[in-house]
Every structure is written in C-alpha cells, then in structure tokens.
Design a binder for this molecule. Structure first.
Ligand code: AMP
Length: 284
C-alpha cells in the first residue's frame, strides 16, 4: 500500500491507478477504523479494480465545542487494517496540506445541510461537503463509498455530486452493527461500560418504530410517539432528535407509505451518537 501525504503525490498515484481504464474506488474516513469502515473498503474492492482510502480528521466539520481535539486517532493500526484489506493507495494529509492559509472557499448544499445533524451541528455538513469535494478532485475516483450510518451525509453528498456534475458514482453501504445492535462508530470508544449499555436505546427506539410500521402503522406522528416513548425510558440518554423524513430531501414526512428515513441522534453522557433505519415504500 502506498501512503501519500501530499496532494500532488496522491493525485499522481491515483491517475496512475486509473490508467488503462481501470476503475478506482474511494473510501474517505476520519480513521479510528472499525468493521463499518472496512465494509466500505470491501464493497469498493468488489466493484473496482483499485481502491484508495483517506484518513483525515477534518477540522472544518467540527463545531467549536465538539470533540476535534480528543477524536480517536490510531494511524498505525488503521494503516495495517487497510493494507490487510488490499487498499492500494492511502491519503493521509496534514491539516495544512488540505487547508493552506487563506482558504476561503466552501461547498454548501443549501437546505439539506441544515436538516437533521445540520440543525444540531451548524456548519457540520458544509465542512463535510467541502472536504469531500476536495478529496474527489484529488483522487478523481470512479466510485466513492459511504456508510448509510450517516444517512443525511449520503443524501447531501449525492446532491452535491449531482448539482456539480461530479463524475463519480456515490455508493451507499449498509450500517454495520455490533452483535447487540449498536451501530459501529469511532465515537463508541468514548463510552464507559454503563454508557455502552445505555447507548443501545437508540437501536431499540428504531426497532420499536419498525415493529409498529410492520404492524401496519404508516402515520409518522404515531410512529414517532412509539419511538420517543422507547427512547425516553432510558433516562440517562438525552434525545437530540428523532425524525421521519424523505431520504432524499431530508424533509419531514407525515405519512411513510412512500418510504422514509427514520433518524435518531442522542447524547449518552457527552457522546453524541446517531443511528437510523429506512422504511421501504409500502405496497399497501
Ligand atoms: P467516519 O470515519 O466516521 O467519517 O466514517 C467514514 C465512513 O464510514 C462514512 O461514510 C461513514 O458513514 C462510514 N461508517 C461509519 N460507521 C459505519 C457503520 N457502522 N456502518 C457502515 N458505515 C459506517
């Protein structure tokens, strides 16, 4: 695996990897890798001739009171994992390399960026779309792989790629969970054993919504009540939002018959966790 820490090197290496019409897949990450990230690498491997990944803790997507300084970093371990998965190219730039002094240009997906996490984390999605656009211009991938775990991010990156005619296919991969149902996240490392148990309520809340939906309930208001009841049972967990929205526009829906995204965010102690599930379009 070749490791590049400059934009120039990475761009040259990616161009060489694509030579002869080879399909290059790209997996952007912030490191502290787990099976969720590796599932994206495997999906990329399965449908591309070569795979590039990036590890970059992007300061532009963290708010002033968020966990940028303490975000877990484990470069050596991450490097080994990616190498084992057969990644050919790893981009691990410094903050100065990505954001030279005086950089003032942003990419913003208006509207969508202030929905869901964007409402609780102002500026977050602007930071995400800016760095992803930059990474796409450096790597020039044929396909880029994102986790459905960050469902709003997928919708926003898709919209950016469409609106800016970026020549990249955006592939969304399923949420990878721990055996007990907790969605894998680098931030799970912050949880103590008690919080780790409390965190399961996010998944339980979603499962209650799903159960009610399977029993025939389609009204979003009723489904939300079921979910909120379950979530409020865990007193130590502070709900940020539970919403039922259109998966593309992220606008709340009243009825889920046409398919919907059920998304939750909650604080377990100081750790903010997210999870979601998709309700398919129903035939009845
Ligand atoms: P991050 O390092 O948190 O920026 O995540 C990098 C990519 O991995 C994003 O596309 C995430 O959606 C994806 N990802 C993170 N956790 C999971 C998970 N549990 N299952 C699937 N994909 C995930």
């Amino acid at each position: 695996m070749r490791i590049c820490d400059t934009i120039e090197d990475m761009r040259a290496a990616c161009r060489a990897a694509r030579r002869g019409g080879k399909r290059l897949g790209f997996v952007p990450t912030m490191g502290a890798l787990h099976e969720g990230h590796l599932s994206l690498v495997r999906a990329a491997r399965a449908s591309c001739d070569a795979v590039a990944a990036s590890i970059f803790v992007n300061p532009m997507q963290f708010g002033p009171n968020e966990d940028l300084a303490k975000y877990p970093r484990s470069f050596e371990r991450d490097r080994e994992l990616l190498e084992k998965e057969g990644v050919e190219l790893l981009f691990a730039p410094s903050v100065e390399e990505m954001y030279p002094a005086g950089a003032v240009t942003w990419v913003t997906v208006e509207g969508l960026s202030s929905k869901l996490d964007g409402r609780s984390r102002p500026g977050h999605f602007r930071g995400v779309t800016t760095v992803v656009a930059k990474l796409f211009h450096i790597v020039e991938p044929d396909a880029a792989f994102f986790g459905q775990k960050d469902a709003a991010q997928v919708a926003i990156v898709r919209r950016m790629a469409r609106d800016l005619n970026l020549p990249v296919e955006i592939v969304a991969c399923p949420i990878v969970r721990e055996p007990d149902g907790l969605a894998m996240s680098s931030r799970n490392a912050y949880l103590d054993p008690q919080q780790r148990k409390q965190a399961l309520v996010l998944h339980r809340g979603l499962l209650q919504v799903k159960k009610s939906w399977e029993e025939g309930e389609r009204e979003a208001g009723k489904l939300l009540t079921v979910g909120r009841d379950e979530l409020s049972a865990e007193k130590s967990v502070r709900l940020d939002y539970l919403e039922i929205v259109d998966p593309d526009s992220l606008v709340p829906v009243e009825n889920t018959a046409g398919g919907a995204l059920v998304a939750v965010a909650a604080f377990v102690g100081l750790t903010r966790l997210i999870d979601n599930l998709v309700l398919p379009r129903s035939s009845h």
